[in-house]
Design a protein around this ligand. Structure first.
Ligand code: ADP
Ligand code: MG
Ligand code: ZN
Length: 479
C-alpha cells in the first residue's frame, strides 16, 4: 500500500520586544536566573497582567504579512496545566478568538508554487525554564529560572496542507524570512527564538480521512525539521504495515540519532480547561490601527526580490539569493548606497563574500570586509587600477588582515600594468621562446591564443591589463 504523509506546523516566534507581554520586566537573554522577574511573571496571587501594546502591534504585522484577517475583537484565555516552570498553573494564551486567522503563504520549489493555509496566529506568554545542573550555592539538582516566563510569543499554526519534509522546510524558511524582515523576531533558532512543532500523520493514498498525528516538539533547525519529519513518516508507515496503530502523542526529536521518541500521550484541547482570562479585557483593535500598522510594514522579501529585478536589472536568481536573508540584502544595499554598480556588487556579494563567510562559518553581520571597503575595491577595478583577478587577491588580504584596498594595492605593488610598451616587451619575449606555438597559431590553430594569454599574465604576475594583453597579442600573432 502507498501512503500519503500529511503535515501541519505550529511555529513559536519569540517577539523582539524590550519588555515582557504582561509586565515591565526585561526580556534580555542570558541574565542571572530570576533577576528579571516581578509578581506578575512570578505568578504571585493577586498580581494583575497588563498587555504590552508592542506585542499586539507585532502580531498585527505578522498577520498582515501572512495574508491573515485581523480580528477586531480577540480574547485571552487560560490554558491550564501543571509544570514546575509555570507557577500560576496556567499559561495565558488565546484560544477561541485569536488575533489573526485565515492566512496563507505561497511556497515555491520542485513542486511549483503551492499555497499553505495559516489557520491562526495567536499571542501567548512563554513559561520559565528548568535548569538541571549544579546550582551555585545549592549543589546539584534542579532549579527554576523564571526570566523567560511571560516572554511574548506568537504561535503560528498552519493548516495540514503540507505533504513532504521539503515543503515543510520551504514553509518554515519563508515564515522565518518574513518575521525577520518584519523586525519582530531575531530569528535565532539556536537560542529558541523561532521553533517548530511538527504534526505528522500518514494515510493510505486516496483515503478520505487523515491518519492519527503525532506532534514532535521544539525542533530548532531547518535540518532537524527535515530529519524529524522524514523519520516520523517512515516510522508511522512501518507501524501501520506491521499491523499496529499510531497513537496520538507528543514526541521529542533527538538530533544525535536523528530519531524521534515518545515523550508523553498527547492532551486534547478539553484537557486544558481553556476559559477566558478574567484578568484581561477582550482586545479590541480598530481599523485605523490596522491601517497604521499596514503603512509601517517594511519592504517584504517578495517585494524586494521584484524590485531588485525591475529597478536594478538583476536576474531572478541573483534577486532571490540576495534577498534570502535580510542582513545579506542590507549588506548589498549598503554597497549600492556607497556607489557600487548593481550587477558587479551582486556578483561579489554572492561570490567572494558568501564563499568567505561559508568557509569561515560566519554570519554576514560578522563579515570582516565592510560594504564600503568592498565598494572601494570594486572602484579600483572600475578605474583600471587593478584587474578583477588581482582584486580577488586584495579581497583575501582585506579579509585576513583588514585594511583599505588602495593601500594594500600600493604596498604590495599590485597596480595593473596598462602600459603598452611594458606589455609588448613581455609578449615579444614569450613569442620568441615559443615559436612552435606561434607557427601553429598562424597555421590556423586559434586555440593557442589562450596559451599565450596565460603565459603573458603569468609573466606579469597577473598584473597586466587583460584587455591590453588581448589586443596586443592579437595584432602581434597575426604578424
Ligand atoms: P494542538 O495544540 O493540539 O497541537 P493545534 O490546533 O494548535 O492543536 O495544532 C494542530 C496542528 O496539527 C495544526 O498545524 C494542524 O494543521 C495539524 N494537524 C491537524 N491534524 C493533522 C493530521 N491528521 N495530520 C497532520 N497534521 C495535522
Ligand atoms: Mg500543538
Ligand atoms: Zn515581570
Amino acid at each position: 500500500m502507498k501512503y500519503q504523509p500529511v503535515i501541519g506546523l505550529e511555529v513559536h516566534v519569540q517577539l523582539k520586544t524590550n519588555t515582557k507581554i504582561f509586565c515591565g520586566c526585561s526580556t534580555q537573554f542570558g541574565a542571572s536566573p530570576n533577576s528579571q522577574t516581578c509578581p506578575v511573571c512570578l505568578g504571585l496571587p493577586g498580581a494583575l497582567p497588563v498587555l504590552n501594546r508592542k506585542v499586539v502591534e507585532f502580531a498585527i504585522k505578522a498577520g498582515l504579512a501572512t495574508n491573515c484577517q485581523i480580528a477586531p475583537r480577540s480574547v485571552f484565555a487560560r490554558k491550564n496545566y501543571f509544570y514546575p516552570d509555570l507557577p500560576k498553573g496556567y499559561q495565558i494564551s488565546q484560544y477561541e478568538l485569536p488575533i489573526c486567522e485565515h492566512g496563507h503563504l505561497d511556497i515555491a520549489g520542485d513542486w511549483g508554487t503551492k499555497t499553505i493555509g495559516i489557520t491562526r496566529i495567536h499571542m501567548e506568554e512563554d513559561a520559565g525554564k528548568l535548569v538541571h545542573s549544579d546550582i551555585p550555592g545549592l549543589g546539584s539538582g534542579s532549579g527554576v529560572d523564571l526570566n523567560r516566563a511571560c516572554t511574548p510569543l506568537l504561535e503560528i499554526v498552519s493548516e495540514p496542507d503540507i505533504r513532504t519534509a521539503d515543503e515543510a522546510v520551504a514553509y518554515l524558511k519563508k515564515l522565518h524570512q518574513i518575521v525577520v524582515y518584519l523586525g519582530i523576531c531575531d530569528g535565532n533558532m539556536e537560542e529558541g527564538s523561532f521553533r517548530c512543532d511538527a504534526n505528522v500523520s500518514v494515510m493510505p493514498v486516496g483515503a478520505d480521512r487523515f491518519g492519527t498525528r503525532t506532534e514532535t516538539k521544539n525542533v530548532n533547525s531547518f535540518r532537524f525539521v527535515k530529519q524529524a519529519i522524514e523519520y516520523e513518516i517512515e516510522r508511522q508507515i512501518e507501524v501501520i504495515e506491521d499491523g499496529g496503530k499510531i497513537v496520538q502523542e507528543t514526541r521529542l526529536f533527538d538530533p544525535n540519532s536523528g530519531e524521534t521518541r515518545s515523550m508523553r500521550g498527547k492532551e486534547d484541547a478539553h484537557d486544558y480547561r481553556y476559559f477566558p482570562d478574567p484578568d484581561l479585557v477582550p482586545l479590541v483593535i480598530s481599523n485605523d490601527w490596522v491601517d497604521e500598522v499596514q503603512l509601517s510594514l517594511p519592504e517584504l522579501p517578495e517585494a524586494k526580490m521584484q524590485r531588485y529585478q525591475a529597478e536594478l536589472g538583476l536576474p531572478p536568481y541573483d534577486a532571490e539569493v540576495l534577498t534570502a536573508s535580510l542582513p545579506l540584502a542590507e549588506y548589498y544595499e549598503t554597497c549600492l548606497a556607497a556607489g557600487a554598480q548593481a550587477k558587479v556588487a551582486a556578483n561579489w556579494v554572492m561570490g567572494e563574500v558568501t564563499r568567505g563567510l561559508n568557509d569561515a562559518g560566519l554570519e554576514i553581520a560578522a563579515c570582516p570586509v565592510a560594504p564600503e571597503q568592498l565598494v572601494a575595491l570594486l572602484q579600483l577595478i572600475e578605474k583600471g587600477t587593478i584587474s578583477g583577478k588581482i582584486a580577488k587577491t586584495v579581497f583575501d588580504e582585506m579579509w585576513q588582515h583588514g585594511g583599505e584596498p588602495a593601500k594594500i594595492v600600493k604596498e604590495k605593488g599590485l597596480v595593473q600594468v596598462s602600459d603598452t610598451g611594458e606589455i609588448e616587451k613581455i609578449i615579444d619575449e614569450i613569442m620568441a621562446a615559443n615559436m612552435g606555438q606561434v607557427e601553429e597559431y598562424r597555421g590556423g590553430k586559434e586555440k593557442v591564443f589562450g596559451f599565450f594569454v596565460g603565459q603573458v599574465m603569468r609573466a606579469s604576475k597577473g598584473k597586466a591589463n587583460p584587455a591590453v594583453v588581448n589586443e596586443l597579442l592579437l595584432s602581434k600573432l597575426k604578424g
